[in-house]
Design a protein around this ligand. Structure first.
Ligand code: FES
Length: 102
């Protein structure tokens, strides 16, 4: 059953930054774009690149390994509609960043 768990604090994730977190064997990439925190699966579906290490352009992250691009808020990619990267709901409560994990 999905539930919200604390993965980070706003202090860990300043505006413009990204970080990777592991929880129960799953890798999450958290982004703070213009003060909006979002969370996606941290593993690139192409060949497993670390998306939290990618360059951020607007609301997109560019995988550091081969350049696939994902919107960090929707999981969509210009690679086409057949690839939909997992996105996880985020709640910010005071300084805590809570992510809805499966
Ligand atoms: S592993 Fe991400 S683009 Fe290849």
């Amino acid at each position: 059953m999905a539930r919200f768990v604390k993965l980070a604090t706003l202090g860990d994730l300043p505006v413009g930054s990204a970080r990777e977190y592991e929880f129960e064997g799953r890798i999450y990439a958290l982004f703070n774009v213009d003060g909006v925190v979002s969370a996606i699966d941290g593993v690139c579906p192409h060949q497993g690149g670390p998306l939290a290490d990618g360059e951020i352009e607007g609301t997109s992250v560019i995988c550091p390994w081969h350049g696939w691009r994902f919107d960090v808020r929707t999981g969509s990619t210009p690679m086409g509609p057949r690839i939909k990267h997992p996105v996880y709901a985020v709640r910010v409560e005071n300084d805590d960043i809570l992510v809805e994990v499966p």
